[in-house]
Design a protein around this ligand. Sequence first.
Ligand SMILES: O=C(O)C(=O)C[C@]1(C(=O)O)C=C[C@@H](O)C=C1
Length: 197
Amino acid sequence: MTQAAGWIDTVLTAGPAVETIGTLGPAGTSSEQAALYLWADHGRGGPPDIALYDTYEEAGTALRTGAVSHVVLANAYAAVHSFYMDPSLQFAGAFLFDTPLYGIAGSPGRRIPDKARIATHPAPVALVEELLPKQYSVAEIRYATSTSAAAEQARRGETDLALTTLPAAKANELEFISRTRPIRMLWSVFTLAATES
Ligand SMILES: O=C(O)C(=O)C[C@]1(C(=O)O)C=C[C@@H](O)C=C1
């Protein structure tokens, strides 16, 4: 079933201009794609100004210190509560946006053991069981800070495989060995809370 992407807009349109968007990197994450979508609809125009951080917490710090005007984060992120609870931050809106395709990928030509070490971000870990071809089983799950960081682990040979996105697989010259699918995801956008004068 397909569903159109759509917006819950509280202050995105009326609030501060979307000047710079901070989110989770490195390049190739779902978050980067979500930030590009946010920029396309609400950015100030011109080339996308997107700052990628190793963690969502670092993106939050960049928002609090004024290095970025907005942060976008996946609602599947376990610590999303820390953004909702922080009185210095303001929920600006949310949008439904499918992630890029996720699948299990490895370096072409590299032997995959029957029991494989697999890198993944914690949020989509259930997709490992869902997508791993039946001839393989999991020897070890190694958690990474993002789907792109997971792909980097597989490229460096620290794991046999990674659960990652299509853009991150391409950037790290990995090849999918499983079927792929997107994740229907709600994304939250935060700005700095307006200060009382
Ligand atoms: O690692 C990424 O690509 C992300 O953008 C993060 C993230 C998440 O934290 O939930 C985003 C959506 C998916 O559920 C999996 C991972």
